[in-house]
Structure formats: C-alpha cells, structure tokens
Design a protein. Structure first.
Length: 534
C-alpha cells in the first residue's frame, strides 16, 4: 500500500511537471533542448532526494534547488511573461542569455547528481545499522527525568526568545541592539538558528524509544520553532519545523513505531497554524520596524492606518525596501553605462500580510503567490553572474576576501547586480541579495570548475551527515535538522564566504555536545563499583 501511494505521488508529480515543462518550452526564447536538459537535471535531483538510497542532505538540497531554479524559472516563463521579481544584473533576456544561464545551472546540478551516486558507495541509511546501543543510557536517563527535562527545555527556549525580542541580540536584517560580553551573541545566534531545535531532536528521539505517540514533545518542539523564529524576525519556521517532522517520520518507520492518524493530523494542524501565525506576526513587526521609520524620515509622522497602507505600497514581500520601482537612479545609471541593453522591470509588489485588513484583502492573493515562488534563491543568481562581463579569478579572489558586517550590503549587490540596496541608508539594517553556491562557483567563468566544485560540495554534505549520524548516536531527527541547515547554507551562499567555517564549526560543536551528553548519561546510569575489601 505504501509503495502504491509513493508510485501515485511520483506519477502525479511527473504529470504536473510535464504540463509545466510543455507550457514553459512553448514560451522559451532560447534553445528548447537546453531547457529540457535544465528540466531533466533539476527534476532528477529532486526525485533522487526521495528515493530508497537517499540521505537527508539529498532531500533538502534537491528541494531547495528545484524550487529556486527549475520551478521558479518555469513558472515565471510560462505564467508571468518572463518577468522576475529579484534583480538579475545585466541579464538582457535574449535567447542566448537564457541558454547561457540554464547551461550554467545544469552544469552545477549535474555535479550534485554525480556526488549523489558516488556517495551511495560509502554511506546510505539502509546499509548502516542503527547506533541505538550506545543511546540506551540516555534513553533511561530521559525516562527517569522526563518531566524535569521538558520543563527546563520550555523555560530555556522561552527565556531565549523573550530576551532576544526585548534586547535585539540577533534579529534578521537588523543591527544588534545589545552586544553581550564573552561572545554570548554568538551563543544566542546558535540557539535560535538550530541549537534549540537540536535539543528538540534529542528529546523526540528519546520519546520514540518509548514507543508512544509523542504529543507533548512534538507540540513543544513546534512551539520552540515558533518562538525562536518569531524572536529573530524570521519566517523560516517551516525550515527547522519541517526537517524535524521529516526526521520524526523516518524514525517512526525505522523503529516500526505506529503513529496514529489522529497524532499525524494534530501535529500537521499545529504546525500549519503556528507557521501562519509566525508569518503574520513577523511581517507586521518588520513592516513597522523597516517600512514606517523610512517613510517618516521622508514625510514625517503619519497615523497608524496610513503607515500601514503606505508601507504596503512601497515595500516588498520580503518586508524590505522596494527594490523594483523605487530605485530609479539605479536604472538610469545602468542605462547610461549599457545603452544597448533593454531590461524589463520586474513587477512591483507590496507586503503579503497586513494588520490592516482592507489592504490585506486587496494584496494577499498576489503576494502569497510571489512569496511561495520568489523567496527561494537560485535562478536569478545564475542569470546575473552568467551575464556579468568581468568574470574571472580576480572576482573569485575578491569575493573570498569579503568580511561580514552588520550594516551595508554585499559585494554581489555592489559589483554584479546594480542593486538598489546600494542607495539605501543601511546604518541600522542589513539587506543583501545572495547568488547561491552554484552561481558563486561560476565567478571564475569556468564550467569545469563549477562542475567540480558542486561535486565536492555534494560529497562534503554527505560526509557531514555521516558525521552527525555517527557521533549523534544514530539520531536521524538530528541528521535531518543538520542536513537542512547545511543545504540551506548552500542555497544561500555567497556573502562573506570565508566565514562559512563559523557555521560548520558550530555544527560540529553541536554534535560533539550531543556526544558528550550521551557519555555523561552513560556514566550517570552506570552501576556503582563494588567496594574494595578492607
């Protein structure tokens, strides 16, 4: 029955993808064979992420890349006249420019596909024995102290979320309002991004070992995702939340734990409701924090109702300043430098959720559609980079020298995009565009380097997941979470790349902390040594 359901889903997906491919191919102005190669590459990458020999990294990198490249491009070509919401630099929308961008994208996807097949020879979950024996002591310790552990965890994530909201220690797109001593800002960043969720993964793994439907722990895990993401002004609850739920499902299948339909429905409804609430709350906060102050600088204080309506008309779905209609000076500058290149302007959009219901009803449908399609980094990066005339090793070297800053914008914005962010006052906010790892690896302008780089990135992702599995006690929920974090970093790569070691180091330390926890629990559960004879 399960196999039949999977087969039906696969056939349904292929039918929908086929219809969209046909519609896009009819409107595509370049070589249709190149578009078909692009289609085959990214759809294969997605399907292999759900096959028998998958690992979680395959699933998330395939999903992020499919959404950011093939799905976004095909929908934009088939249904939106080839207009893109995100900036695309000097891309001139000719057939040759489209072909070049799709060839670059397909080359990167093929590198990941090769890494997938090579990885199967050294790591696959269906070839590895679960490492549950070393976890028995941790399971016993959790069983004996369950209520205390759950209570302390709730207190921890609520305290972190509350203090972060109050003091602005780490929030997306803003400069920290408080700098803590001893590097504690970094600790807050780790906890909010994935540290607290990794604690959830350990708790849920222990719950499943008791062969029960973990209602309480599951709801607590979702609440942690909600409060953590809301506190850092992120609408990314769906990322950690979905990876934890995906890991829970895989854990239940591997341990033959039967999850009741009522449990599944309860968790899904709770997840959907909390995610919708987080999006609404974060958009509302961002609008008043980003849009309203900027409007008041230009025209003075305005009533709350007017602030909402005017913010809606001048700010994008991201909750950041409008990057399409307002930067007229950027467009004029670009036309003066490149008068022979006519570049159509993307569509102007407003915010997707409003406290003001009048504006909400007018704009919600259009902006939800744009949010679902355009929030994924991908094809615009390759369109911009493949059209940039000064690619080379000099640009590659310069990109690696970029340093992180809480203010200003990125090298990619300043050099390749002619981004409107360059013209904004970024003393208090941090707005950047990102090329993604695939476009970034094409900075030298070499297809061979791009292919090899994506292959190495794929192998490294698999190696990191093996490390988490091996030293995390075989906790596949933790594996799913860490794989999602790394895949997301790949998809959003390109800003201050030299400091990626900080994220990787934090992931390694996180896993080591779980390993130490297992060892400590083992010592706590170990029987006492017999007394020595007198």
């Amino acid at each position: 029955m399960k196999l039949r359901a999977k087969t039906i889903c696969l056939y349904g997906f292929l039918i929908v993808a086929g219809v969209l491919t046909f519609s896009s191919a009819k409107s595509y102005t370049g070589n249709v064979l190149i578009y078909l190669l692009f289609t085959l590459s990214f759809n294969s990458l997605l399907i292999l992420g759900f096959c028998k020999h998958k690992i979680f990294f395959d699933t998330f990198i395939g999903l992020f890349f499919w959404l950011g490249f093939w799905f976004k491009f095909s929908v934009r070509i088939a249904c939106m006249a080839g207009l893109f919401q995100e900036p695309v630099g000097l891309f001139d929308f000719s057939g040759a420019a489209y072909d070049r961008a799709l060839l670059v994208s397909s080359c990167g996807a093929l590198g990941l596909l090769l890494a997938h097949f090579v990885r199967r020879s050294f790591f696959s979950y269906n070839r590895n024995v679960e490492l549950t024996s070393r976890m028995e002591s941790l399971y016993g310790f959790y069983r004996n102290n369950r209520r205390v552990i759950l209570g302390l965890f709730c207190f921890l994530f609520l305290a972190v979320a509350y203090t972060n909201i109050m003091y602005g220690i780490y929030q997306r797109g803003t400069v920290p309002r408080m700098v803590l001593p001893f590097g504690l800002n970094g600790v807050y960043t780790w906890l909010l991004l994935f540290g607290l969720s990794s604690f959830s993964a350990v708790i849920l793994d222990c719950e499943f070992q008791q062969n029960r439907n973990p209602y309480t722990a599951s709801v607590i895990s979702l609440l942690e995702c909600f409060f953590s993401n809301s506190a850092m002004l992120s609408r990314g609850m769906i990322l950690n939340g979905s990876s934890v739920l995906f890991g829970m499902n895989e854990t239940a299948k591997r341990r033959a734990v039967h999850l009741s339909n009522f449990f599944k429905v309860t968790v899904i409804v709770a997840f959907a409701g909390l995610f919708a609430l987080s999006v609404f709350a974060v958009n509302h906060i961002r609008m008043f924090r980003h849009a309203a102050p900027a409007l008041e600088k230009r025209s003075g204080p305005v009533p709350d109702h007017a602030r909402i309506v005017r913010a809606a008309s001048s700010y994008t779905v991201s909750g950041t300043p409008d990057r399409t209609g307002s930067p007229v000076t950027v467009e004029k500058s670009r036309k003066r430098k490149f008068p022979d290149r006519e570049i159509p302007k993307p569509q102007d959009v407003g915010l997707d959720w409003m406290l003001d219901w009048e504006v909400f009803y007018i704009t919600a449908g259009k902006n939800i559609k744009l949010l679902l399609i355009d929030r994924w980094v991908g094809i615009e990066g390759t369109m911009a980079v493949s059209s940039y005339p000064r690619l080379g090793w000099g640009l590659w070297k310069k990109a690696w020298q970029e340093k992180f800053s809480h203010t200003g914008t990125s090298l990619y914005d300043q050099t390749i995009l002619f981004s409107p962010y360059v013209k904004l006052d970024l003393a208090e906010f941090h707005f950047i565009n990102l090329p993604g790892i695939l476009a970034f690896l094409y900075y030298p302008g070499s297809y061979l380097f791009l292919f090899g780089g994506m292959f190495v990135a794929g192998i490294f992702g698999a190696a990191m997941e093996w490390f988490v599995y091996r030293f995390g006690g075989g906790n596949v929920i933790l594996c799913a979470l860490m794989a999602q974090v790394l895949a997301y970093r790949y998809a959003h790569f390109g800003y201050a790349p030299g400091q990626t070691y900080m994220l990787l180091g934090t992931m390694v330390l996180n896993v080591i902390a779980v390993y130490v926890l297992i060892k400590v629990a083992s010592l706590a559960q170990a029987p006492g040594r017999p007394a020595l004879p007198q």
